[in-house]
Design a protein around this ligand. Structure first.
Ligand SMILES: Nc1ncnc2c1ncn2[C@@H]1O[C@H](COP(=O)(O)OP(=O)(O)OP(=O)(O)O)[C@@H](O)[C@H]1O
Ligand SMILES: [Mg+2]
Length: 303
């Protein structure tokens, strides 16, 4: 039996330890977005699904939007849904969404794109969640395809999504309850490709701002510093720094949000605890004035 080999196999055990570490790393710790952080409900996102609104997770970089989108999809997959993932970016073309003709061994076949696959599955009765990471980075033309297909229409007394595929000369109809779209993006001023192609696409989503609460940052950092063998007080200090920088950001003193990703990176890459503050400055921003604000915040907390 395969299991027999695992017992007493040192490498297997090591591999298992590594694997479980990775699994730990992806544990859902808190899926509550900060504006609603007082809400106990960890499955806050379910009302968007139940009310039939596509969900757009927006907010500053490095605060967990993508991870949250994937975790929500994971949860649905565990309930029998299928998940389809689209990585947004300038490389996304109509062919990636709708598909195209391909020639294989002399015969031509139509290979459906990711969006069409979702529709075909949903048409058949399968529930499908489509995760579109970095939606605003998708080119305007392809955003146009989404505008057309992401809003349910009433046809024959039923709510359906429709997708027209000109190359096939066919429109696909998917019952609205079988399809759900979750997207992520940094919207607003100061972000590259920060715009959705038009207001209509924005309206196809209900949006939720994702920014970790101080509590959540505290929980995650504490776990991280303990894993690294650093003292738990380091996490507390970093939370204070984050708090100060949040204030500086709100007041407009800095344009760069001190993200959870930056905090995480400094803790993970420091060879010793004392290195964390300087690494944080290093990874925070290229702007000298912004760095000075962070240095001041660090001095106030670390001395
Ligand atoms: N719940 C969580 N538990 C542990 N780590 C988390 C959690 N959420 C986010 N992180 C970590 O924070 C970092 C940023 O997360 P993520 O990439 O999802 O952010 P994002 O908002 O999508 O950023 P971007 O706007 O740059 O795409 C990652 O290293 C991720 O692993
Ligand atoms: Mg992301």
């Amino acid at each position: 039996m395969a299991g027999d080999y695992v017992v007493g196999c040192k490498h297997c055990e090591e591999a298992f330890v590594k694997a479980s570490f990775a699994v730990d790393d992806f544990e859902i710790i808190d899926l509550t977005p900060s504006p609603a952080s007082t809400i106990e409900d960890k499955e806050w996102w379910r009302r968007y699904l139940e009310e039939g609104y596509n969900l757009l997770l927006e907010g500053p970089p490095g605060e967990g939007k993508s991870r949250m989108a994937y975790q929500i999809a994971d949860q649905l997959v565990s309930e029998g849904w299928e998940a389809i993932y689209i990585d947004g970016g300038p490389h996304v073309g109509a062919k990636d969404l709708l598909g195209g003709v391909s020639i294989r061994g002399g015969s031509t076949t139509y290979r459906p794109g990711l969006l069409l696959k979702a529709f075909m599955q949903a048409e058949k009765g399968q529930k499908v969640v489509v995760v579109i990471d970095e939606l605003p980075r998708i080119p305007v033309r392809e955003q146009g395809i989404l505008v057309a297909s992401l809003f349910p229409k009433w046809i024959g007394g039923k709510r359906v999504f429709t997708l027209s595929v000109p190359e096939l000369g066919r429109t696909f109809f998917a019952p609205a309850e079988n399809l759900w779209f979750i997207a992520t993006g940094n919207l607003g001023e100061g972000y590259v490709n920060s715009a959705l192609s038009d207001k209509a696409l924005e309206e196809r989503f209900a949006s939720e701002t994702i920014k970790m609460s101080l509590n959540q940052v505290q929980t995650l950092l504490t776990e991280l510093v303990v894993k690294r063998g650093f003292s738990p007080s380091l996490a507390q200090k970093l939370v204070k720094v984050r708090e100060k920088m949040e204030k500086a950001y709100a007041e407009g003193a800095v344009a760069t949000f001190l993200s959870y990703r930056q905090l995480e990176r400094a803790v993970k890459l420091a060879r010793k605890e004392e290195e964390v503050p300087q690494l944080l400055v290093k990874y925070y921003s290229r702007d000298i004035e912004e760095r000075a604000v962070l240095e001041k915040a660090l001095q106030g907390v670390f001395t």
